[in-house]
Design a protein around this ligand. Structure first.
Ligand SMILES: [Zn+2]
Length: 137
């Protein structure tokens, strides 16, 4: 189950970076027959999401949410609307997230290797000192 409130907050964090002056609209989850989402864009007061989205995948849910958020600035589906929506390309964001996670894993692995090498060097140094002591006796 996709947590719609969590996804909404996530999308708003990204969206509001571009439009910090916009107040965050409330979000409602309702049973809807024909639409995935609805934006009360004239009042800019709330966005409603179709309850069925709870069973949809995260990327699609985010796409619907960004679509509705873009309606806060453009009430219809004219070109300006799609130009704005393009800037919140969910598949690209997902790819970026994947890349960031991979970079993070590689950093952790590099850190683990660095520690192991340090330990090994310390061991060699200690053994070297032991050998020197033995030779001196
Ligand atoms: Zn629309």
């Amino acid at each position: 189950m996709t947590n719609l409130h969590q996804e909404y907050d996530y999308c708003w964090t990204i969206f509001s970076r571009r439009f910090p002056e916009l107040p965050k609209p409330k979000m409602y989850v309702r049973k809807m027959r024909q639409k995935w989402g609805l934006c009360a864009c004239a009042a800019k007061s709330h966005i409603t999401l179709n309850r069925c989205l709870q069973t949809a995948d995260e990327e699609f849910v985010r796409h619907v949410i960004f679509h509705e958020m873009c309606h806060l600035l453009h009430p219809n589906h004219k070109r300006e609307f799609y130009d704005l929506l393009k800037q919140f390309d969910t598949s690209q964001m997902r790819e970026n997230e994947r890349v960031n996670q991979r970079v993070e894993r590689l950093k952790q692995r590099a850190e683990a290797i660095r520690k192991a090498v340090n330990n090994e060097q310390l061991k060699i140094k200690n053994e070297g000192q032991k050998v020197e002591k033995v030779e001196m006796v």
